[in-house]
Write a protein that binds this ligand. Structure first.
Ligand SMILES: Cc1cc2nc3c(=O)[nH]c(=O)nc-3n(C[C@H](O)[C@H](O)[C@H](O)COP(=O)(O)OP(=O)(O)OC[C@H]3O[C@@H](n4cnc5c(N)ncnc54)[C@H](O)[C@@H]3O)c2cc1C
Length: 383
């Protein structure tokens, strides 16, 4: 178990209370809407309440309207918010990616113009990275950028963009040198810009994450809204997105684990709790261990980042371990509930459904293994 400061524990407790009341209520409302329409919409009400607590700008410095805290605090919040439903934490994850792009790679003018709106949650942001050719298949990205006087003109589509229909600002990633794996540019495009259109929600988007396509048809962006070329995808700060993701999976796993632990202690077989069957007790012990392993790697990576000594391999390890753990844990939890585990109202099936997306969200696990190998001095063709 990790040692947190008193302030960090207070932040964790506040996020836990928010999740147990507001997120749980919004989840019930979302499920009811989903039952009627087949879509759980972005919850603007919940977003506003999360923003009022400062969750839209946890790591943004106070001078730009954020809380000025560290990754550890951000992850403590993300984990708690995901215990009942990952939607609001996924909304914040997408928002954070765009916000941190501006914070760490933007100009001072861009930081001053955009961060106060984003850190306060007045605006929700979206990070439009994934190209139809593959999120990290950089040489084959199809998005095109040309020049027209002082403006840049963007044409293309982005897939699987969280907050796709809810955002007020889109951070659109493009290639600085098309056809190469090399550096990327990022353009800041406000909602309402001519030629910017939100497409259909994709499958994950129907769970409240609002994940869908973003279309750009002759979108003009002034030069002052271009974030200069850098290897954005492998920037250390971007790797913090992997940790947000791992924290979301931790919250999901801990949520269904807690439910299952209570269930096997209460449900009896021949007069004794299921938990007293050694096979069940061992599976419970294994799950507790798997969750704690992911928590250790994730918070170690965050603490090193906050200390100014980031370890890229740990960020990728956290992402892989979390994605693989959520599938294992949710299958075990569903099994221990017997047939009741298949009831959507129990909440385990939705954790299980997260597993295939978890493999790919924030980059495929295979790619993260490449990153770890790279950190270990092994150069691969796929990089
Ligand atoms: C819930 C959710 C929210 C998301 N939100 C956003 C968002 O806000 N913004 C955004 O831009 N994207 C978002 N995504 C998209 C996500 O980042 C991509 O799906 C992910 O990066 C994988 O890219 P891809 O789908 O193009 O798959 P591909 O890159 O085509 O990968 C498919 C498969 O190819 C194989 N593969 C790929 N690379 C390698 C490699 N190096 N070595 C070996 N095998 C490899 C793996 O088996 C992999 O699973 C989201 C996805 C989900 C599920």
């Amino acid at each position: 178990m990790r040692i947190f400061t008193e302030d960090q524990l207070l932040i964790q407790e506040a996020a836990h209370d928010f999740a147990a009341t507001e997120v749980a209520d919004a989840t019930k409302t979302g499920m009811a809407i989903y039952a009627q329409t087949g879509t759980a919409p972005f919850s603007f009400g919940l977003w506003d309440k999360a923003a009022a607590l400062g969750y839209a700008g946890i790591t943004v410095p106070e001078e730009y309207g954020g809380l000025g805290l560290g990754e550890v605090e951000e992850l403590l919040v993300m984990e708690q918010l995901s215990a009942f439903n990952p939607a609001i934490a996924t909304n914040l994850d997408g928002h954070n990616l765009a916000t941190k792009t501006i914070l760490h790679s933007g100009s001072e003018d861009q930081r001053e113009r955009y961060l106060p709106h984003l850190a306060s949650g007045e605006w929700c942001a979206a990070a439009a990275v994934t190209d139809p050719a593959g999120s990290t298949n950089f040489p084959e990205w199809t998005i095109e950028v040309t020049r027209d006087g002082d403006d840049y003109v963007i044409n293309g589509t982005k897939h699987f963009c969280s907050n796709s229909q809810a955002a007020q600002l889109y951070a659109v990633y493009t290639k600085s040198e098309p056809g190469t794996p090399g550096p990327m540019d990022c353009f800041l495009v406000p909602a309402g810009t001519r030629g910017l259109e939100m497409g259909e929600l994709e499958s994950f988007g129907r769970s409240g994450t609002n994940t869908g396509t973003v279309e750009l048809n002759d979108v003009h962006v002034p030069a002052c809204d271009k974030i200069p070329p850098s290897n954005l995808y492998t920037a250390n700060w971007l790797a913090c997105g992997y940790l947000d993701f791992a924290a979301i999976m931790l919250g999901r796993a801990q949520g269904v684990f807690d439910k299952t632990l209570a269930y096997v202690k209460q449900r009896t077989r021949r007069g004794r709790p299921l938990a007293q069957l050694q096979a069940v007790a061992h599976r419970i012990a294994n799950m507790a261990m798997q969750i704690e392993q992911v928590r250790s790697i994730t918070f170690d990576a965050a603490q090193l980042w906050d200390a100014g000594t980031p370890n890229r391999a740990l960020h990728s390890m956290a992402k892989i371990a979390a994605a693989e753990m959520i599938g294992d844990v949710s299958i075990q939890c569903a099994a221990m509930h017997g047939a009741a585990g298949s009831d959507p109202a129990v909440g385990i099936m939705s954790a299980l459904q997260t597993a295939p997306g978890a493999w790919n969200g924030e980059g495929p696990n295979d790619l993260h293994r490449d990153y770890i190998a790279d950190e270990l001095g092994i150069t691969l063709d796929s990089m």
